[in-house]
Design a protein around this ligand. Structure first.
Ligand SMILES: Nc1ncnc2c1ncn2[C@@H]1O[C@H](COP(=O)(O)OP(=O)(O)OP(=O)(O)O)[C@@H](O)[C@H]1O
Ligand SMILES: [Mg+2]
Length: 715
């Protein structure tokens, strides 16, 4: 292994420096992970350290596997004895060996979030807590925060003082911990906490592991939290520690990661050498320049710019589409064009990155239409997500009255229907040769439905029938149906923001379908239209385009990257910025920096116009598009009539636009203001009438084009 050929001098120094602890601070694509990989190979090959004495902690399993593969490729199977894994899997490994010290069995149960929710629901029931006064999700968050701050249930109760709500939470916390202990269960936080506790209570066990790991490496150190840090500190009692990270890529602050651990590392440890890498090997100069332009806008940061010796490369493309379908079409066509034009390029060279998982929907549909294989990392395909299946089952039940849909959702949200009642309904349906839905409509007494259950079923039937008979636009009917049957309430009680976003995106998909089929759209035709997408399984071919949230893309790289859904308030996210202020904005910007720096050869930034159901406002391009500067960017597509405050030099902002009510040339996409319904966007012009999408609760309306209540907002 000739490191002089594989690494630049600074990287080589970092890979071979063993005289003290080492901190590598460096920007994206500067070879931090590569240095770690070669450092491990160097320790084994050149220094003669046995692999089992080496530990490397990565942020994801995928990163661990890739690093292991590279080391094995370099040195052979022997090297796989080094432990390269995430901090959670390290803890599982340690606990499996030693948890008997706490009188737990070796095969303790690891709880995921769904298990946590079920347990809390059970506790709520036992303690007579109404989930309207305290949500399961907020409770999970509360318990986790207490645990991470090392506040016991007893202490939490004391801290609650006279605040009844807080005291109740502390009681739930206590019950939760008790149940877990009695059943030998550990949640994700416990994996870390129990390992720390184990090491603190049993010094001989700690010493064993300290002796085992002589060289410890931690990648993505900018995102460690306090318990991670404590654990690493304990483990590294006798080891040489090497931590690497980029403060500009801290993107998990909302989950407790703290950039100060890397910044103050040299103060916490007595002998620390710091190496700064500043040459980027990943991206073209153009991509690097616009990423640097962006991150420089953050005030709270350590100034460090990257340079590259790679070619300038093509301009970064910003494509602004008329709507999401067109945005997705652009992405697919670009992928096809590149594959066609550039030799040796394959689907695995492409990634589509987004701020939130709900944004994948239009891209998935277009990819399927174009027969481009894709894989979603860190989540399910849109139409396989639970809430989407539930919502579509409601629509299907309304249209087709089919039993499969009925069985799926008759007890979602809970209406007190258990397996036995369901069987009774099914038998009745068979008796009369009708569907289960018809059976509950017609024969609820014969089935033996009584009291609360009967009432719940009757409300359910009413909601479905109301939706069936409604003459309102489909997208609105859909939303009201889910409201009427209590689905939104259920999600809201669970504070399940992601699921609500997915449902609103499904509404968006229905609205889009209405646009493209203005005269013929029915739920039946919509369901048939999307059957192609709902029947997709999660099987993927070897070659696929990668789709993932930016948080998942940390540390990865692709030749061609599309960062999509770059609309103001989507990215940067309205929520983060409104809740966290300037700090939230800086974290969003770091996230954009992570996204842009994943690209090696070409970077495409896309957004679309239209109406945003999530924020109830017309969409505008993200301020980040402006912040990357003008020199290396080619803007194509349809320029937006609206500008964010940052684009003010290009035209007035939405709030500054003036009204106009004598208009004969209405166009799809025009933004309007209505005296009663407020701001909206025209989705269809039909002669003298207009279909206009307004903010909720109004939704889609069909109005007379010449009416005086309507004005165009023109720039
Ligand atoms: N000296 C070098 N010679 C050739 N290629 C290099 C060199 N250093 C880094 N690279 C390549 O540059 C790319 C980026 O490296 P790497 O992923 O290690 O960067 P990183 O600093 O870990 O990035 P991130 O901050 O995104 O995690 C990789 O493809 C890597 O192989
Ligand atoms: Mg890396």
């Amino acid at each position: 292994m000739n490191l002089d050929k594989l690494l630049n001098p600074k990287q080589k120094e970092a890979a071979t420096y063993l005289d003290s602890h080492l901190r590598i601070i460096a920007g994206a694509g500067s070879g931090k992970t590569r240095v770690l990989t070669y450092r491990i190979a160097y320790l084994i090959e050149e220094v003669g350290i046995e692999p089992r004495h080496i530990l490397a902690i990565t942020f994801t399993n995928k990163a661990a596997n890739e690093m292991r593969q590279r080391v094995v490729d370099l040195l052979g199977e022997y090297a796989s004895g080094a432990l390269l894994c995430t901090i959670h899997s390290l803890c599982v490994r340690i606990l499996r060996q030693h948890i008997h010290a706490f009188h737990y069995p070796h095969h303790f149960v690891i709880m995921d979030e769904e298990d946590q929710k079920s347990l809390l629901k059970k506790i709520f029931k036992d303690k007579n807590i109404d989930s309207k006064t305290m949500s399961v999700k907020s409770c999970i968050h509360y318990i986790s925060s207490c645990k991470m701050a090392e506040i016991s249930p007893q202490k939490a109760y004391k801290l609650a003082g006279d605040f009844i709500g807080e005291a109740k939470k502390a009681i739930v916390y206590q019950e939760y911990e008790k149940y877990k202990e009695e059943h030998f269960m550990l949640d994700f936080d416990d994996l870390l906490l129990k390992t720390v506790e184990l090491f603190e209570k049993f010094p001989e066990i700690l010493e064993k592991w300290q002796r085992k790991f002589q060289y410890i490496h931690v990648d993505e150190f900018q995102d460690v939290g306090n318990i991670d840090y404590k654990l690493i500190h304990l483990l590294s009692g006798q080891a040489t520690l090497c931590v690497v990270g980029d403060p500009d890529q801290t993107i998990y602050s909302f989950r407790g990661s703290d950039v100060n651990y890397i910044m103050n590392f040299d103060k916490d440890y007595s002998h620390v050498k710091t190496i700064i890498l500043d040459q980027n090997y990943r991206s073209t100069k153009t991509i690097l320049d616009i990423s640097n332009n962006l991150i420089r806008k953050n005030k709270n940061r350590l100034e460090k710019d990257l340079f590259t010796q790679l070619e300038d490369g093509d301009k970064v493309v910003h494509y602004s589409a008329g709507d999401e379908e067109a945005e997705a079409e652009f992405v697919c066509q670009t992928i096809e064009n590149i594959i066609h034009q550039v030799d040796g390029v394959n689907y695995h060279d492409f990634a589509i990155l987004y701020r939130a998982n709900y944004l994948s929907r239009p891209f998935e549909q277009k990819l399927i239409q174009h027969q481009i294989d894709y894989k979603i990392f860190g989540g399910l395909k849109f139409f396989n997500r639970k809430e989407i299946k539930d919502a579509l089952s409601y629509l299907r039940l309304m249209v087709f009255m089919d039993d499969l849909s009925f069985e799926r959702i008759i007890n979602v949200p809970s209406r007190g229907i258990g397996q036995k009642t369901l069987e009774k309904i099914q038998l009745k349906a068979i008796d009369y040769g009708i569907s289960c839905y018809e059976a509950v409509c017609l024969y609820s007494d014969e089935i033996g439905l009584k009291g609360k259950v009967k009432k719940a079923i009757s409300e359910f039937v009413q909601a479905i029938e109301k939706a069936r008979q409604s003459r309102n636009p489909l997208a609105d009917v859909f939303e009201y149906l889910l409201k009427d049957i209590g689905y939104f309430e259920m999600l809201r009680n669970d504070e399940d923001e992601n699921r609500i976003q997915n449902i609103m995106e499904l509404k968006n998909s229905i609205a889009g379908y209405m646009n493209t089929h203005p005269d013929s759209a029915t739920f039946e035709s919509y369901l048939q239209d999307i059957a192609l997408y709902t029947s997709q399984d999660d099987m993927t071919q070897d070659e696929y385009v990668s789709l993932m949230s930016i948080h998942m893309a940390k540390g990865l790289e692709f030749n061609y990257v599309f960062v999509v859904g770059l609309s103001q308030d989507v990215f940067p996210s309205f929520r983060s910025v409104s809740e966290e202020g300037e700090e939230g904005m800086e974290e969003e910007r770091r996230l954009a920096y992570v996204a842009f720096t994943r690209a090696k050869k070409r970077l495409y930034l896309t957004d679309s116009q239209g109406f945003n159901y999530m924020t109830n406002s017309p969409k505008m391009a993200s301020q980040f598009i402006d912040e990357i500067g003008v020199d290396h960017v080619e803007h194509i597509g349809k320029p937006s009539p609206f500008k964010t405050k940052q684009f003010v030099h290009l035209g007035p902002t939405v709030d500054e636009m003036i009204g106009d009510n004598d208009i004969h040339d209405w166009k799809q996409g025009d933004f309007v203001e209505h005296d009663v319904f407020g701001k909206g966007v025209i989705v269809k012009v039909r002669g003298n009438t207009l279909d206009i999408a307004f903010s909720m609760p109004y939704g889609l309306k069909t109005l007379m084009a010449q009416h005086k209540a309507l004005r165009r907002l023109s720039s």
